[in-house]
Write a protein that binds this ligand. Sequence first.
Ligand code: FAD
Length: 388
Amino acid sequence: MNTEARETTSQIMKFPETGAVLPGLAELIAAELAPKVVDIDVHAQYPKDFMHKLGAIGGFASMTPTELGGSGRGLKHAIQVIEEVSKECVSSGFLVWAQYAFQWYMANSTNTALKAKILPQVAYGEILGGTGQSNSMKSCCGIEEARLKATKVEGGWKINGTLPWVSNIGTDHYFHMGATVEGETGLLIGFVPGNHPGLTLVPSPRFVGMDGTNTFACQFRDAFLPEEQVVCHAGAEFAAFRDRTKSAFILLQMGMGLGLIDACAAMMKRSNKTHAHVNRFLDDQAEDIEAALLEARAATYALADRIDRDGSAPYVKGTLELRLAGGELSLKAANAAMLHLGAKGYLLNNAAQRRLREAYFIAIVTPATKHLRKELAEMQQAPVCCAA
Ligand SMILES: Cc1cc2nc3c(=O)[nH]c(=O)nc-3n(C[C@H](O)[C@H](O)[C@H](O)COP(=O)(O)OP(=O)(O)OC[C@H]3O[C@@H](n4cnc5c(N)ncnc54)[C@H](O)[C@@H]3O)c2cc1C
């Protein structure tokens, strides 16, 4: 078993242990993920089998209601699953996030026929998928232009444009796209199979981290989206959908940060067994990182419970603030772990340098640090933001 993730603050502070989060999860991570982490990171190996097996034990069921085949255990539980996976590997934690984000949009759609057909399969990992919503979120906040356009045609919509990066997809996967519609506010959101006619998946150039995430550019050339595959229409329907989904969609990403920070604190403590006499001169100590982690974890779980109770809409600002702090703490923890490990941490198969690259991803994946700061600054000026 990879020892990095096992000596965790969960054990010290009575947060649920991996087995308590989900029966079989600890064993699955130890057997199917831990031995493959370097291949995922260095050789861009997509952990497809792990994802299907995680789905089979209920790892993706939390945000689907029981009547649609899920466990309905809620947002906090989904975050905890992402956290446990991210203690070992943030690439895989991000894939679990993508699967949950995909599921969450579906669960909030008013397209009941599509939900009933797809959600049970998503909840148990028979269908894997992702979300191409970073461009949507950035365009709604005035950061960049929307890249997809939808035009009404008989029986559906014609989609044109390119999304530069969508993860956890492939020709046998599915994802959600968002497109502008002339004369309408907001976006049309569609459910798209990876082998959809008119869609080309273009493999990304190599990334320095997160390369095992099956990330593609999605080119739409007059792709027909039938009305039955519309998750949400533009206009008032989109505004209500955004309000229902936004906070949970973003808070889910805290699972990646919490898992990574926990693993970094554990690495620092292990290093201190032999190097405490010199590590103690570093700025950020294991206890500092752990204390900040415990605070962030408690705040995340409490906010997740409140969102489950009251819905996403009242908690957008609190979510953005926490997500920003989570990205910053991830960078701090990974930096501290790297400095603790020293030259050993610089080895290609050592987790310390991988954690550094993963931490940067947490800080740059949409909503990125600069995006979060922009949105929060605008909220200061006007109480209602345009955010997707
Ligand atoms: C590994 C990985 C996985 C991702 N997975 C997803 C996903 O599943 N869903 C999703 O919606 N988004 C995904 N993204 C996008 C991510 O969420 C951010 O939107 C993206 O990293 C840009 O954010 P930014 O704030 O840095 O943007 P900006 O500050 O706006 O900078 C983006 C820069 O990247 C450049 N750029 C854009 N596309 C490419 C490209 N293909 N090659 C080279 N340069 C390019 C742009 O021109 C611009 O200069 C992924 C990104 C990465 C790196």
